[in-house]
Design a protein around this ligand. Structure first.
Ligand SMILES: Cc1ncc(COP(=O)(O)O)c(C=O)c1O
Length: 369
């Protein structure tokens, strides 16, 4: 006789909101009283706290994670005629940002265990036009930064981290975002560090890149009403920065909860056909998503849906096969690991505050399926 609770949401942002509401409302009150809505202390303080946490010199709040990537590429002087090698197994914004600056995304295949860019596949795609490598720490699993840095150095390439899903992930002892020429973060609500709207951030330890990013964020201005290039209006909102500052204080607690939930899943999935996500050899998975592989993924997703358990199919199609990139000429089978993962992966519910009983409810359906 089962005493299972009914259904499990994929995410539960409303419960978290209620625990933070009073602190955030008080912060908005303070900002409102000073009419400090654009940049100002809330953004400056948050940027400094993130830079300290990540272990880099600078952090710059921007409007969203896509802009973090676009501004990074622009600051590194990447544009038309340039190729950027990236992962096809990611959210569209990764490749979109490369296209938005006029460069060409070149897709390398991913590693079967980590779902991250395979360094050997990256190496095989380097041409005279390659300007940068753009690895994604997918689902919170740190990419193989040691190998990618070695390749970038050998070939004189820039290295841009897409850390949108990986706030707090570690590669060895280093927190991601401190390992590339720039690190790009998204604070979309569902992220490990998420705000209640859109937000993003770029990290760097290079003074020149930082100055360039600052100008690009603010209409390409070097001083008031003085513009030396075409930039963007891409500032992190002060009210979002205030919330993010509150959430940053409990980030280690949230990451520890995500680790615990992942361990509950791992243990329970042992006797099933589901393959739990791999852990980095050295470092820390941030578990933005807990993504399994399963030989009968579609049937499993249906069974979980019937039991009112939220799941997501990250990702149903490699970016190399998206219609918008058909002119690049990739065919099914060109990146076989990515193609295979797209038929097998399924992201299960994971969020701070998720209980062991909820994990059991999900796993019970998987066992039966
Ligand atoms: C890997 C990755 N890169 C970039 C982005 C873009 O971030 P944003 O939605 O904040 O623009 C996302 C967001 O979903 C993402 O998951």
């Amino acid at each position: 006789m089962s005493n299972q609770i009914e259904g499990v949401p994929y995410l539960d942002l409303a419960s978290e909101f209620h625990t933070l509401r009073d602190d955030w409302v008080a912060a908005i009150d303070r900002l409102g009283s000073k009419a400090a809505f654009i940049l100002g202390d809330a953004v400056t303080e948050f940027q400094q706290e993130v830079a300290d946490y990540i272990g880099c010199r600078h952090a710059l709040g921007v409007a969203n994670g896509t802009d973090a990537l676009v501004l990074s590429l622009r600051a590194l002087d990447i544009g038309p005629g340039d190729e950027v090698i990236t992962s096809p197994f990611t959210f569209f914004a990764t490749a979109e940002s490369i296209s938005l600056v006029g460069a060409t995304p070149v897709f390398a295949d991913v590693d079967e265990a980590s779902f991250n860019l395979s360094p050997s596949s990256v190496e095989s795609r380097i041409t005279d036009s390659t300007k940068a490598i753009l690895p994604v720490h997918i689902f919170g699993h740190p990419a193989d930064m040691a190998q990618l840095r070695r390749i970038a150095t050998e070939h004189g390439l820039k290295l841009i981290e897409d850390a949108a899903q990986a706030f707090g992930a570690k590669s060895g002892e280093a927190i991601v975002g401190s390992l590339g020429d720039t690190g790009c973060f998204s604070f979309y609500p569902a992220k490990v560090l998420g705000c209640y709207g859109d937000g993003g951030l770029v990290t760097t330890s290079d003074e020149g890149i930082f100055e360039e990013l600052q100008q690009l964020r603010n209409h390409g201005a070097i001083a008031a009403f003085t513009h030396t290039q075409i930039g963007y209006n891409s500032r992190l909102d002060a009210v979002q920065a205030a919330l993010l500052g509150i959430k940053l204080k409990k980030i280690e607690q949230d990451l520890a909860q995500r680790q615990k939930i992942a361990a509950w899943y791992d243990e329970r999935l042992e006797e099933t056909d589901a393959l739990p996500p791999a852990r980095p050899d050295h470092g820390r998975h941030a578990f933005n998503l807990y993504t399994i592989r399963h030989p009968r993924r579609n049937a499993l997703r249906q069974a979980l849906g019937d039991a009112k358990i939220g799941t997501n199919q990250c990702y149903p199609q490699g970016l190399h096969l998206q219609q918008v990139y058909s002119h690049l000429g990739y065919q099914p089978g060109d990146l076989p690991v990515t193609d295979q993962l797209c038929t097998e992966t399924l992201s299960l519910p994971i969020f701070p505050g998720m209980t062991e009983e909820q994990v059991e409810t999900v796993c019970e359906v998987i066992r039966k399926a």
